[in-house]
Design a protein. Structure first.
Length: 119
């Protein structure tokens, strides 16, 4: 059974940076297309970023493009989300998710890590 565990969330001031990690256990990380999503209080879940199994290709949501970067280290079974120039509107619970194909749904999700951007 694949499990995802996020970490790295916390409180940060506007303009600051955080790096989230997502550790994959149970199967080889390089099997999966990985995604990052977030959900703010009272809002729907929002796509943040995705990365292909080899890390060759990434894609980002419009609200984070140019500020966030996702990467992966398959040897460490870990996917990262580097978040720079954080804004109060980035405040949310961030989730990583996995799928086995670009055509399939994300069917494995982590428990989430909370990010709060506030002065």
């Amino acid at each position: 059974q694949v499990q995802l565990v996020e970490s790295g969330g916390g409180l940060v001031q506007p303009g600051g940076s955080l790096r989230l990690s997502c550790v994959v256990s149970g199967r080889t990380t390089s099997t999966y297309f990985m995604g990052w999503f977030r959900q703010a209080p009272g809002k729907e879940r929002e796509f943040v970023a995705t990365i292909t199994p080899t890390g060759q290709a990434t894609n980002y949501g419009d609200s984070v493009r140019g500020r966030f970067t996702t990467s992966r280290d398959n040897a460490k079974n870990t996917v990262y989300l580097q978040m720079n120039s954080l804004k109060p509107e980035d405040t949310a619970v961030y989730y990583c998710a996995a799928r086995t194909s670009v055509y399939s749904h994300y069917d494995v999700w982590g428990q989430g890590t909370r990010v709060t951007v506030s002065s």
